[in-house]
Design a binder for this molecule. Structure first.
Ligand SMILES: Nc1ncnc2c1ncn2[C@@H]1O[C@H](COP(=O)(O)OP(=O)(O)O)[C@@H](O)[C@H]1O
Ligand SMILES: Cc1ncc(COP(=O)(O)O)c(N)n1
Length: 273
């Protein structure tokens, strides 16, 4: 393999999911499925399966910084993806490191609560997300409950999603991919609508609503955007490709645990080329 055919590198700074469905594990599978070399810095470790998070351990922030520095010291990183960051100290350490290394592109998934209902970000850390991370993000990918907490308003239908992307951009994110999976079925009917907005365009991305309960979708979506950015796509095209990828991986999802919750099949469906 010569240099031009080397895969680009993406870095995920996120939490580990021992159950392999979400977090760092989903991110690395997504990078690999896109033929992007995956780097990882573990900001938190969870003891987790498809039904619950049973324990969380947050390593010392000095060790987190060492992981991030090791990645930037040796690899040309095309994009960084942020996931579970657990608390304000971790957010400040990550923001300091990113201010130092200045990654070309930063995809922020502001993970707050798991599908199984566990808090993955302390409530007191919300301000640090707003003030330290949002302004440096190339793209932020909140789900509806996360967006409601960030902007302090309810988002009850697709019209309200349009107002929410403007409010999120006003907080400092240069572009937003607002995920619509949490709209109730009676409001959204047959479709799930995700909304991309970058100040020039607002682009809805619709997919058929699948009657399934899945875990790791948000992590996979944000890391698929980061992978597509590394591969040279623009933000909107990367977002379109990533939502299509998540949909295909969801359709082929499987239940590795004892609960009803599916995990995605990251490798079954080739990413859009
Ligand atoms: N029931 C569903 N059917 C099809 N796609 C879904 C469904 N639920 C979520 N998605 C897709 O999964 C991705 C993650 O959405 P969402 O569930 O809103 O966020 P999160 O996983 O962060 O809670 C989005 O691209 C969304 O369109
Ligand atoms: C380590 C980690 N990071 C993120 C999520 C969110 O994923 P989901 O909302 O699908 O449970 C998770 N459950 N665990």
């Amino acid at each position: 393999m010569n240099d031009t055919s080397l895969p680009p590198c993406a870095l995920t700074i996120a939490g580990s999911d021992s159950g392999g469905g979400a977090g760092i594990q989903a991110d690395l599978k997504t990078f690999a499925a896109h033929r992007v070399h995956g780097l990882s810095a573990l900001a938190a470790l969870t003891a987790q399966h498809t039904r619950a998070v049973t324990a969380v351990h947050v390593p010392d922030v000095g060790f987190l910084r060492a992981q991030i520095d090791a990645c930037f010291d040796d690899f040309a990183i095309g994009a960084v993806k942020l996931g579970m960051l657990a608390n304000a100290d971790v957010i400040h350490a990550v923001a300091d490191a990113l201010e130092h290394h200045e990654p070309a592109q930063l995809v922020l998934d502001p993970v707050m609560v798991s599908t199984s209902g566990a808090r993955l970000l302390e409530a007191s850390a919300l301000d640090a997300v707003r003030t330290r991370l949002l302004p440096m993000a190339t793209l932020i990918t909140p789900n509806l409950p996360e967006a409601e907490l960030l902007i302090g308003e309810r988002i009850e239908d697709v019209d309200a999603m349009h107002g929410a992307v403007d409010a999120l951009r006003a907080l400092g994110a240069s572009a937003v991919l607002l995920k619509g999976g949490h709209l109730p079925e009676n409001v959204a009917r047959e479709e799930v609508v995700d909304l991309f907005a970058d100040g020039d365009v607002v682009h809805p991305m619709s997919h058929r609503r699948l009657k399934i309960d899945a875990h790791g979708t948000g992590c996979t979506l944000a890391s698929a955007v980061a992978a597509n950015l590394c591969l040279g796509r623009g933000l909107r095209d990367a977002s379109i490709a990533a939502t299509d990828y998540v949909h295909a991986a969801l359709r082929r999802g499987y239940r590795p645990g004892r609960g009803d919750v599916l995990v995605l099949d990251h490798f079954g469906a080739a990413p859009h080329g």
